[in-house]
Ligand binder design. Structure first.
Ligand SMILES: NC(=O)c1ccc[n+]([C@@H]2O[C@H](COP(=O)([O-])OP(=O)(O)OC[C@H]3O[C@@H](n4cnc5c(N)ncnc54)[C@H](OP(=O)(O)O)[C@@H]3O)[C@@H](O)[C@H]2O)c1
Length: 273
């Protein structure tokens, strides 16, 4: 107002209920012409996590999977590195970098001992790492626990292990569900309270399936390699459904070739089951 502007054009109103519409109202009261809605869709996409958290209290959850053309994410013996090529892996790191937090499961930690950091991409900060591990089976020397404190979601933690992890600087969130596993919707609410706008998931088929069943996933980021693996681990532990009508439906939003692989993006439609 003090700068004496004549006209202000905004992309969108701030969805934060604490401020929504107030800035524009103040400008209008000071006689400044205001308009909102310019490039609104692009602005929404850029801030999709913030909008999701303001409206629902939970992060925008983008789940990444790398699979063969016949849908396998690994061999039956667990070998899964690498199904897709270097370009797809680098692209995956760019998606990790834009997320506030990266979530994985204890199955993946045990099988691959991943770091779950952003590498090979300029980033001002590393995303917060989150591990779903009901019984706190994670090894203290697991690579993911090195470098920065992690948040570990547990259900029935062993008290001695809990103390060890806390002494090493990690945070353990005890969020049990009725089945003795981690309550995933409650974890999403907790991440929302911790201001996580975008959550990037890189987990195995078990946690992927549970997240989808619980309605926690907004978007899939799938890299498909031009290879057939045959019997192996799938992308999601789901079903079996009695009827096709129970399927989880998505809409493709984007298709691109990345190196030798294809990147598909799809968003979930409301589930009818
Ligand atoms: N290709 C890819 O994109 C990709 C990406 C990541 C991993 N992988 C592969 O996936 C394999 C591991 O798969 P995975 O399914 O065993 O591992 P996972 O999905 O990473 O972790 C599964 C574990 O999470 C724990 N958990 C806690 N609460 C849960 C809940 N509510 N629902 C489901 N799980 C819950 C369970 O163990 P507790 O009950 O003991 O906590 C469960 O066994 C590895 O071979 C890895 O290489 C592939």
């Amino acid at each position: 107002v003090r700068a004496g502007l004549g006209r202000v054009v905004a992309a969108m109103e701030d969805p934060n209920p604490l401020v929504a519409g107030r800035g524009m109202a103040q400008l209008a009261a000071a006689g400044i012409a205001t308009q909102s809605g310019l490039l609104a869709e692009a602005a929404h996409e850029m801030n999709i996590g913030f909008f999701k958290r303001m409206r629902h209290g939970t992060p925008w959850v983008r789940l990444k999977v790398a699979a063969s053309l016949d849908g396998a994410t690994g061999l039956e013996n667990g070998e899964s590195q690498w199904i897709t090529g270097p370009d797809a892996r680098a692209d995956g790191h760019a998606w990790r970098a834009r997320a506030c937090a990266i979530l994985t499961g204890i199955g993946t930690v045990k099988a691959d001992d991943p770091q779950m950091t952003v590498r090979g991409i300029d980033t001002p900060r590393q995303p917060q790492r989150v591990i779903v591990d009901s019984k706190l089976e994670i090894a203290l020397d697991a690579k993911i626990l090195q470098g920065a404190p992690c948040w570990i979601a547990a259900a029935a933690p062993d008290p001695a292990k809990l103390q060890q992890l806390r002494a090493a600087g990690h945070e353990v969130l005890v969020l049990p569900n009725a089945g003795g596993k981690v309550d995933l919707p409650e974890l999403m609410r907790e991440l929302g309270r911790r201001q996580v706008n975008e959550l990037h998931v890189e987990a195995g088929y078990k946690l992927n399936g549970s997240l989808v069943r619980a309605g926690c996933v907004d978007e899939l980021l799938v890299y498909l390699a031009p290879a057939l693996i045959g019997a192996g681990q799938g992308m999601f532990a789901l079903g079996p459904f009695a009827q096709l009508a129970h399927k989880h439906e998505l809409a493709f939003t984007h298709v691109a070739q990345v190196g030798a692989d294809v990147r598909l993006m799809a968003r979930f439609l409301p589930h009818k089951e």
